[in-house]
Design a protein. Structure first.
Length: 151
């Protein structure tokens, strides 16, 4: 499972010109699910998102987490994060989880974050989405549940 987390002052996702999810201050999370990912990966990713201390404190240091700033999460499924570009120029997506399993695990990450008390908005799984955001900083963090970046 791979997540790209952007600290945003606002973010929105639209499907067919209709807003399906939006937040103000918080994280825009683009989430890719790989074959073999499990609930354990979902819990690890959700825990890392909730605990990331990348918001500025009064001294201007990145020291505050999402809860400390009453932040929200816009969670958007993005299977292209699982692309393999090691060979040739056309990405391979064979490592991406099948859609049914991926949708289930995206819902699990959303449920974990919601259960931790965060406002969670989502995109629409499998739809063509238009995502817009105002990246604050900019701050962008990439985490992967299988490469040791989560502890």
């Amino acid at each position: 499972m791979r997540a790209v987390i952007q600290r945003v002052s606002k973010a929105e996702v639209r499907v067919s010109e209709t807003t399906v999810g939006q937040i103000d201050r918080g994280f825009l999370v683009l989430l890719g699910i790989a074959t073999g990912d499990t609930e354990r990966d979902a819990a690890a990713i959700a825990g890392k998102i909730a605990g990331l201390r990348v918001f500025q404190d009064v001294a201007g240091k990145m020291n505050l987490d999402l809860a400390a700033v009453s932040g929200a999460v816009l969670l958007v499924s993005q299977f292209t994060l699982i692309a393999d570009v090691r060979k040739g120029r056309r990405p391979s997506f064979v490592a991406a989880a099948d859609p049914e399993e991926a949708a289930r695990l995206v819902r699990e990450v959303a449920a974990q974050l919601s259960g931790a008390g965060f406002e969670v908005a989502t995109g629409e799984f499998g739809a063509h989405m238009e995502v817009s955001s105002v990246n604050d900083g900019p701050v962008t963090i990439v985490i992967d549940s299988t490469d040791g970046s989560i502890s």
